[in-house]
Ligand binder design. Structure first.
Ligand SMILES: C[S@@+](CC[C@H](N)C(=O)[O-])C[C@H]1O[C@@H](n2cnc3c(N)ncnc32)[C@H](O)[C@@H]1O
Length: 242
């Protein structure tokens, strides 16, 4: 596609996101399913009372703020692609610490909420919000690091003893990782605490030569909330920014 056509398309997409973000939305009442998460609201967003908005899926899938801050410390500046942005828990912290974020979600409502939440933190201008399918967009994206927090399949993930990568949604973890690798080897993946660690380590062998990998347990107040896998430059603390 010619550069001017691409830039027109990008402008139209930005206008669409802005229009959707500014539509008034009815806040969902806190039902019994999300009450447990609502009680943890300040661990999810320390500025919760300043106008943070969530939907039901957002409540149980947002990355807690201190964990998102740890993830952001690893991106080392440059640009980050957040392939599954949700209500913006990670995108906001990346924008606070890095230079630029491309925040993608397939659900327009999530992008609307993420935009609102980024405004609460005053970082909406550092984020390009995109409504779209990460798998379709990936080949046209450029970034110094890619962050992946795909759906874990809802709260039921906890009932599985060994969470294998094929349980990730909307595609298995190998496919998600391979798509991200087309953008950069500097990849951070946020996964369930019961994920099969052997399979996570196998991901580093998908690349030739194999990527550096570091696996970290992610806690909130001594409670294990997930597993973070850092690949490539992010495993060393700083991606190559070229
Ligand atoms: C676990 S949530 C992300 C949470 C996010 N890290 C946060 O802190 O708010 C996963 C998100 O992936 C989105 N999603 C699912 N399939 C997608 C796809 N093919 N492309 C982009 N986003 C997708 C869902 O709509 C959901 O909002």
């Amino acid at each position: 596609m010619a550069r001017s056509a691409r830039s027109k398309k990008r402008k139209r997409s930005k206008q669409r996101v802005k229009a959707i973000a500014e539509e008034p939305f009815n806040e969902e009442p806190v039902g019994p399913l999300v009450e447990k998460y609502w009680l943890q609201r300040y661990s999810l967003f320390s500025r919760y009372d300043e106008g943070i908005k969530m939907d039901e899926e957002g409540w149980f899938s947002v990355t807690p703020e201190n964990i998102a801050m740890n993830h952001a410390q690893r991106c080392g500046g440059g640009s980050v692609i957040d392939g599954f942005t949700g209500v913006g828990g990670n995108a906001i912290q990346f924008a606070r610490m890095c230079y630029h974020v491309v925040a993608i979600d397939i659900d327009p409502r999530k992008v609307q909420l993420a935009y609102n939440n980024a405004k609460v933190y005053g970082v909406e201008d550092y984020i390009d919000f995109v409504i779209g399918d990460f798998f379709k967009l990936a080949t046209s994206l450029k970034g110094d690091a890619v962050f992946l927090s795909p759906p874990w399949g809802g709260p039921a993930y906890r009932t599985v003893e060994n969470f294998t990568l094929d349980l990730l949604k909307p595609k298995d973890g190998y496919s998600i990782f391979q798509v991200a690798q087309k953008i950069t080897p500097n990849i951070i993946m946020f996964l369930p605490r019961n994920v099969d660690l052997q399979q996570v380590e196998e991901l580093s062998w998908l690349s030739s030569p194999p990527l550096n990998i570091e696996i970290e347990e992610s806690y909130v107040h001594c409670n294990l909330k997930g597993t973070t896998a850092y690949f490539g430059g992010t495993a060393l603390g700083k991606p190559d920014v070229s």
